[in-house]
Write a new protein. Structure first.
Ligand code: ADP
Ligand code: MG
Ligand code: ZN
Length: 487
């Protein structure tokens, strides 16, 4: 039996997070009523002229720098001609001859298997095409041109991947870094990140590359993983049966779980590329590059390591804290205001995360100010307020504008939330609860230890939820022990 190696190279398209399109002032926002984000430029009407979106170029340069590319000093756009109903201009403005960036690398983390460097061949700027919507019940197709002209970058890797896990790790790292740097929201389900997967197989140990096929229409990590498994098995079968793999573009059908031939692979000649005559070349100065390099943030994976070093937070917890930049920012700002790092992390990973999940809100919608958050954490530590009352306050303030300037001490006073730490008051409440619940006392005497929890709960309730739970637990426990000794 021959053993085979799968070789994979990726072409990843990422929509840039600009307000407006690449060459006109139309909105680049996702969705919208069909054909409402359009103008003569992005519709390719005769006589209209494109103007380069400076913000898109800056984001593209930042992306190239994130991927360690050399920036091309004199870059320009080329016209790629093809006819398709989602492209009213019948050409796409792209870059062929002098792409924005070249020769980059991305280090990916494969867990137990260590780290691996994936080489980036190039990154270039282009514009997106529209969308075709096929009616489910009629033989009709509708065109929505809102997406025409949305700024895109294409990132072409070298064929350095060998497994689906490596591909996933690469895409995840790419998403993490682009989101942190506000380059793109990288939402696969909205198409702001799309990957075409090139696959070939070769006998293990062979140096030459096999003939590749290119898979399109991969809309999720799961689909990519399944498509890679299917397509490499298909190619091996073709070769083992004495056939040859055709170089072609194939469509992945995720429902059927198969790849289907779409068209033979097109060449650059097929597109009749030529320098875009409506746009000037772009000179990118070294100062601009250095300015943009300096504007890149500390990335999630770097931050996770630092949180471990600086605050002693486990890699797993730091990973959750750093998944969204604003979440990690809140953590650090709160700690800087004086909160204890460990308790702050516990509050964020516990009650804060739970609240976000419960109401389906994102980290970015948090309004609670670091100062108010730190005060809340501190009051619990000082036993000025108990944990349950603090969680109630937290849930109220977390996502509301009120959370921004909240005065925690004033709220505790106003709501009467201050913890009752007066031992006499606790003892009195325990006595009252015991007197009112003879059945529970009898249960306890009969060996039903669960009755203790019930009595603790009743005492907390009798004190309006404001007692220190630890003090109540001790008081109830001691009272029960005295009862048993007395009998
Ligand atoms: P094209 O421009 O015609 O699409 P490229 O040479 O630019 O072709 O390669 C496109 C992508 O295919 C790159 O990501 C590259 O790494 C990958 N690739 C090229 N040859 C192979 C191969 N034999 N097996 C797997 N991937 C490949
Ligand atoms: Mg290509
Ligand atoms: Zn427009």
């Amino acid at each position: 039996m021959m053993t085979w190696e799968t070789v994979i190279g990726l072409e990843v398209h990422v929509e840039l997070a600009t307000k407006t399109k690449m060459f006109c002032g139309c909105s680049a926002a996702f969705g919208g009523a069909p054909n409402t984000h359009c103008c003569p430029v992005c519709m390719g009407l005769p006589g209209s002229l494109p103007v380069i979106n400076g913000e898109a170029v800056r984001l593209a340069i930042r992306a190239a720098l994130v991927l360690g590319c050399r920036i091309t000093e004199n870059t320009r756009f080329d016209r790629k001609n093809y006819f398709y109903p989602d492209l009213p201009k019948a050409y796409q403005i792209s870059q062929l001859y002098s792409p924005l960036g070249r020769d980059g690398a991305l280090v990916i983390d494969l867990g137990e298997a260590g780290k691996k460097t994936v080489r980036i061949h190039e990154i270039h700027m282009e514009e997106d095409a529209g969308k075709l919507i096929h009616a489910a019940d009629r033989p009709e197709t509708y065109a929505d041109f809102n997406r025409c002209g949305v700024p895109l970058i294409e990132i072409v890797s070298e064929p350095d991947f060998r497994t689906a896990e490596e591909v996933s790790a690469y895409l995840m790292r790419l998403c993490d870094m682009f989101r942190y740097a506000d380059i793109s929201d990288c939402k696969m389900q909205e198409g702001s990140l799309r990957a075409d997967v090139n696959i070939s197989v070769r006998p293990m140990g062979e140096d030459c590359l096999g003939t590749r096929t290119e898979l399109k229409n991969l809309n999720s990590f799961k689909a990519i993983e399944r498509a890679i498994a299917y397509e490499s098995a298909r190619q091996i079968r073709v070769i083992e049966q004495g056939g040859v793999v055709e170089q072609e573009t194939r469509r992945w059908d995720d429902v059927a779980g198969v790849s289907l031939g779409m068209r033979s692979k097109e060449n650059a000649q097929d597109y009749r590329y030529f320098p875009e005559p409506d746009l000037p070349p772009l000179r990118i100065s070294a100062e601009t590059v250095e300015e943009l390099r300096a504007s890149l943030p500390e990335f999630a994976h770097e931050r996770v390591e630092r949180f471990g070093r600086e605050y002693g937070i486990s890699a797993y917890d730091a990973g959750v804290l750093c998944a969204a930049r604003s979440f990690a920012d809140l953590f650090e700002a709160t700690v800087r205001t004086g909160a204890d790092a460990k308790s702050c992390a516990n509050w964020m990973l516990g009650p804060v995360r739970k609240r976000l999940n419960d109401v389906g809100a994102s980290e970015a919608s948090i309004r609670l100010s670091p100062a108010a958050f730190a005060a809340l954490i501190e009051r619990v530590a000082e036993k000025r307020i108990n944990r349950a009352a603090a969680i109630t306050l937290l849930e109220e303030l977390l996502l509301s504008e009120q959370g921004m300037g909240a005065d925690i001490d004033a709220l505790i006073a106003e709501r009467g939330l201050a913890q009752i730490s007066d031992g006499g008051a606790v003892a009195q409440a325990v006595e009252d609860v015991f007197a009112r619940n003879p059945a529970a006392i009898a249960d306890y005497r009969a060996g039903k230890k669960r009755a203790e929890g019930f009595l603790i709960g009743q005492t907390m309730k009798a004190m309006g939820g404001r007692a220190d739970p630890a003090a109540v637990k001790t008081a109830v426990g001691e009272a029960l022990r005295r009862l048993l000794e007395d009998k």
